[in-house]
Design a protein around this ligand. Structure first.
Ligand code: AMP
Ligand code: TRP
Length: 340
């Protein structure tokens, strides 16, 4: 079935498993806002708490992180009236469809997921069953809305391919054209923001060292200090993009600039050709503070009224359920599951 028969709809999710980083912002959230503002798609954005608990979450921290993530979405520019904003576990259709997809996906498919291999590490025996099944829940998140487009960072590409495999197998096994094969939207200069101290590693909220990342809750001084202390090589900025090859730290700072300023990497290189990194980092720090500090200030303000955040999530969940419930009902019908 061609996507043309489906309402253009965006779905994406972020785990409430700790602080948001600049990677989440540039790779995901900022692009969620762009897609909302483009007005071409209905947008559904989710705090995926059921994904977060595939590894241990302290209950009080999970509550706080869910609210903080919601505040982050709104502070970054998501309008909870225009977009649907909610947390996954309030819409039970996600878990129900995930179970169905657990029965569609194959063990071999799951075992090939690089995120599973990285997260389970050498001790896969001790990992939760949920961590292994994680991509089937992600497929359910997306397909419960018949979403056609999924903006994510580069690290989620393989999970999106698996989502398409699940949709295709379901359609094939039941002889239907029911689920769309959603397209990943992995665009822009900053689909993979790297660690500020080691340009070969991804910037991550779980790195033990706080100096390796910028958190969306960092204040202006902290943001500026971390950028000025970011690792770089001794050479000035090159004249061309090719000159960034094999210079991962330099490349990362240029990508961050491009992502924050909505410029191409070529434009950033052209504007800064020959500049020493000391000056470049000073300017980048100013740019980052101008873009990010207002978001962290707004997040802090929103966090003072947790009841209001909970009301927003409840309302978003109702709107999400209105879309997902009929799709789940049709899924049961197709499968011959008796429901009245
Ligand atoms: P997570 O925090 O793992 O739930 O990720 C939420 C979203 O942020 C996903 O779309 C990720 O691909 C994206 N993301 C996380 N870290 C980075 C990064 N370092 N660079 C770009 N995108 C990222
Ligand atoms: N797995 C994603 C991540 O860790 C989060 C996620 C869960 C997601 N469900 C999703 C992203 C559905 C896009 C669509 O980043």
């Amino acid at each position: 079935m061609s996507d043309a028969t489906f309402t253009p709809r965006v779905f994406s999710g972020i785990q409430p498993s700790g602080g948001l980083t600049l990677g989440n912002y540039l790779g995901a959230m900022k692009r969620f806002v762009d897609m909302q503002d483009a007005g071409t798609h209905e947008c559904v954005y989710c705090m995926v708490d059921l994904h977060a608990i595939t590894v241990w979450q302290d209950p009080a921290a999970l509550t706080r992180n869910t609210r903080e993530l919601c505040a982050g979405f709104i502070a970054a520019g998501i309008d909870p009236e225009k977009s649907i904003l909610f947390n996954q576990s309030q819409v039970s259709e996600h878990a129900q469809l995930a179970w169905i997809f657990n029965c569609v996906a194959r063990m071999g498919w799951m075992g090939r997921m690089t995120q599973w291999k990285d997260k389970a590490g050498k001790n896969a025996e001790a990992a939760s069953l949920g961590l292994f099944a994680y991509p089937a829940l992600m497929a359910a998140d997306i397909l419960a809305y018949h979403a056609t487009h999924v903006p994510v960072g580069e690290d989620q590409k393989q999970h999106l391919e698996l989502t398409r495999d699940i949709a295709a197998k379901f359609n094939h096994d039941y002889g239907v054209d029911f689920f769309p094969l959603p397209d990943p939207v992995i665009e822009g200069a900053a689909t993979r923001v790297m660690n500020l101290q080691d340009g070969t590693k991804k910037m991550s909220k779980s790195d033990p060292s706080d100096r390796t990342r910028i958190n969306m809750t960092d204040d202006a001084d902290t943001i500026a200090r971390k950028i000025k202390k970011a690792r770089t090589d001794p050479d000035p900025l090159p004249e061309t993009v090719e000159g960034l090859e094999r210079r991962p730290e330099a490349r990362n700072l240029v990508n961050i600039w491009a992502g924050l300023a909505d410029l191409s990497v070529e434009d950033v290189v052209a504007q800064n050709a020959g500049k020493m990194f000391g000056y470049f980092k000073q300017d980048l720090a100013d740019l980052a503070v101008a873009k990010l500090a207002p978001i962290s200030t707004e997040m802090a303000r929103l966090m003072q009224d947790p009841d209001e955040i909970d009301r927003i999530l409840a309302r978003g969940s109702d709107r999400a359920r209105d879309i997902a419930a009929p799709i789940l009902r049709q899924t049961f019908d197709i499968m011959g599951i008796v429901r009245n």
